[in-house]
Design a binder for this molecule. Sequence first.
Ligand SMILES: [Fe+2]
Length: 236
Amino acid sequence: MLDLHTHVLPGLDDGAVDLAAGVALCRRLHEQGVTTVVATPHWHSPRFDVDGAGITTAWDTLRTTVAGELPNLTLVLGAEHHCSGLEDPASFVAGCRPLGDSRVVLVELPDDHLPANAWATLFALLRAGRRPVLAHPERCRGLRGQRDQMTAFVEAGGLLQLTLGHLLGVHGWRMRWHSRGLLRRYPKSCLIASDSHDLGVRRPQWDRLPASWRPFVPVDLRAVSSWGSANYLGKI
Ligand SMILES: [Fe+2]
């Protein structure tokens, strides 16, 4: 089982505070059945000062320790790329950090509005041969009322990453309602990930995954690249 959205890299953002916390989070994910963890630190988020050198250092440290302590767990480096609207789509595409060696790019939108160039950026990724995955679209209030655009995005091959804690109702009824609505509306384009940050409020909840949602969890990154690909851009 793959968890494509986690904040296990230590000391970078609002995820693991230090190496011990990062390893503990990896251990908990592994105990809950995850075999591949994608580390997705915030990238270009206005909330955090994360640079490439910091990611490399945190990645090298965590990867080395996890390899010794959890030899059966695969760690992959990715990023959660914030789309603030300040970058033009071409620059966003050129500077994006895919998940591992795949063409999958995890994109986060602001919670409170939709940047004017958000759809242009997402479609630019598709045209460039990338596979954009919208991180927790249920959180983005600017996406509500954008049903035509959302449908066009998923028909072109875009994917929606729903957060397990939201689906389960851990973070309130609104998140539960919006995430389950997306799952019902776009079942072929939804994937579930934990977006886990710690062992507290934003802890992994894979031990509570209902069997009926198991098909929405990819086994590995290769599965994400071909996820629901019948309508993929260029093949229509
Ligand atoms: Fe995240």
